[in-house]
Design a protein around this ligand. Sequence first.
Ligand code: NAI
Length: 259
Amino acid sequence: MGLMHGHRMSVRTVLVTGGGSGIGAGVVVELAAAGYQVAVVDRNAEAAGRVAEQVKAAGGNALPVTADVSDMDAVASAVAEVRDYFGTVDVLVNNAGFARDNHILDMPIEDWDSVQSTHLRGSFLMLKAVAPLMAAQRWGRVVNVSSISALGIHGERVNYVAAKAGLEGLTRAAALDLAPHGITVNAVGPGVIQTAMTEVSAARAGRSLDEHLAVQAAQIPRGRVGSPHDVARAVQFFIAEDADFITGQVLYVSGGPHG
Ligand code: NAI
């Protein structure tokens, strides 16, 4: 690792959780195109493999890794596998997640637990596993994928809202702990982004996907729903070489403030 005419000579390694689909896959593809080498971590092995192949077909460097981020042993071996293959982890994107929406009175305890486990426990476990690698090189970037739901503006999803609000608290507190080690910790909070999750929301609202997207777009100041590219753009901002004074922040990517 060194500097030549102000540019690093070695390539940065990014680990993206939930990289097999939606926002995570978009982040993987865009960062690989921007020159990063990327570990695609997903509990869906086939999805991770597909995205890694897509990167390789475009001339990039990607490693698919199968792991459930809520499983401590799986996280430890996933990070060890990435370290052995690429040498280290420079950037962590905690993106794995899903919703299990319901009115609080109808919400099964299992749906509370599973949502917390993936979003909150999973992000914590990943952070704990990669932070020593980053601290050893006195450089690291962590981006947690939150949501505008963290603002408490959406009902019938107490598990998801609490998990994302918790993730934003984790972002600020971890930023303080890790600042002396050269590691920044920030969050992006997407609004409505068209992914597999949108299809689940449409089904729950009893609408076709097109109807659902039209209803959502009408509520968004920019007049459209977002794409994984819109989120990847914000991730790139936070992980830049010279973004070392920006930490503990949340950047909402939602086409303008809205409920
Ligand atoms: P998606 O369903 O398209 O992709 C999520 C990926 O995460 C899947 O490949 C899935 O296998 C993986 N995953 C889920 N739980 C996992 C676990 N425990 N361990 C490993 N992998 C796991 O979903 P989408 O929409 O791309 O969501 C990505 C993130 O963005 C989530 O954290 C979600 O909460 C957040 N988000 C999404 C929004 C949207 O409108 N789509 C809006 C705001 C936030």
